[in-house]
Write a protein that binds this ligand. Sequence first.
Ligand SMILES: [Zn+2]
Ligand SMILES: [Zn+2]
Length: 126
Amino acid sequence: MRNCPLCTVELQEVSLHHEQVDICSECCGIFLDNGELGSIVKMVKIFREIDLDEEDIDTISVEDRKRDLFCPVEGATMRPVDMSGVVVDVCPDCGGIWLDGGEMSALRLAESNLRANLNLYTRLGR
Ligand SMILES: [Zn+2]
Ligand SMILES: [Zn+2]
């Protein structure tokens, strides 16, 4: 069982494109396991598929993001990573990625930049 790092409610497992993603029904945040990020194209597809009611919320910058998020998998402290101006939280242990609800819109807009950055990120490894 995994809980939302923000709301602590239980995450709901949803299957999209044969990938399991964990979604919080409270804050619309999404957790992606490292293995689930097989290809960025798939990831963007998932973002598109999840049709949430959200405005285009500006993401919080790395500097402003003063919070401790703990990975739903093993509880490691997640680190903010800037991807094309969109800050996502990445677990240094399992490589899982946490996206706040509002970050999805921003990621959709930054799709091509994100693809490049994510490739770089994956290449640099953990
Ligand atoms: Zn939540
Ligand atoms: Zn983790």
